[in-house]
Design a protein around this ligand. Sequence first.
Ligand SMILES: Nc1ncnc2c1ncn2[C@@H]1O[C@H](COP(=O)(O)OP(=O)(O)OP(=O)(O)O)[C@@H](O)[C@H]1O
Length: 300
Amino acid sequence: MNVVVCNELSKQYGRSKAIQNMTFRIAENKITGLIGRNGAGKTTLLKIIAGYLHHSAGDIQVFSENPFNNLKVSANTIFIDNEMSFSQGLTLKELLETAGSFYPNWNHDLALKLFDYFSFNPSQYHGNLSKGMKSTFNMMVGLAARCPLTIMDEPTSGMDSATRKDFYRALLKEYIAYPRTIILSSHLLDEVEDLLEEVLLIKSGEKCLHLPIDQLKEYAIGVRGKTVDVETWTEIMEPISMQEIGANMSYAVIRNDRSIKELEDARQLGLEITPVSAEDICSYLTSKTKGGIDHVFSRG
Ligand SMILES: Nc1ncnc2c1ncn2[C@@H]1O[C@H](COP(=O)(O)OP(=O)(O)OP(=O)(O)O)[C@@H](O)[C@H]1O
């Protein structure tokens, strides 16, 4: 079953297009990474899915219904981000005690164990937590809520590296024990790729690709060698990226769809063929120019 189905989904803020004609499906009980650069439209898309924002055009169904202000969607969804607001008059302990009335699958035992593990002070207030501690508390609520659709927008924002690792481990253990549909946005694919089953990559509000993580890892290859040879060999291939890496040396990234014979020809020319990490593929695919930041420093 698909939990999220989008067809030609678009969202404008005034004249500015934040989401453009996005068509994709997210199946039940998968962990999907929503990856994109700053301003790509991740938060906007997640808020539309959660029913917080109305879309401008196209169609979206979450649990087979239009999510905007929809009771079925809100009862089955939790949206975790660093702007999550909690009742200001309640202490952290009281917040956890009342959370069960909002989330039918709330696991209080898990919430308390995480609360102790991360050494929260029961009498502190959410508004007084540091940025990283707020994120940690929010993700604790997100995990203990065990909502069928769990949306996390940059959940590790502000967390130190040890806490981030603990969080990813806790997320994986929870997901294995109680599978649910998780959509997680991040700039840092490297950090989350071991968790993900699928990646939805967006650039300037448009879908760049939506692939199982294993296919993404095989999506492209790098070609390194003398500039003239790299340019000649990749001439008809529409490289995803092309960069100078030294005097008369270049590095190109191309789709991994060449025949064994073509790759052998490249090696005969003295070109080196290398794998490209999933993180780098996403970075090249969402770059504004084929040369990346080098373009700014190029002459002419
Ligand atoms: N309330 C708003 N009014 C007008 N424009 C907005 C609003 N919210 C977002 N935008 C614009 O929509 C685009 C997408 O923003 P969004 O916050 O969804 O991106 P993002 O991928 O989450 O970015 P980041 O990774 O930096 O958090 C940006 O150009 C942003 O300036």
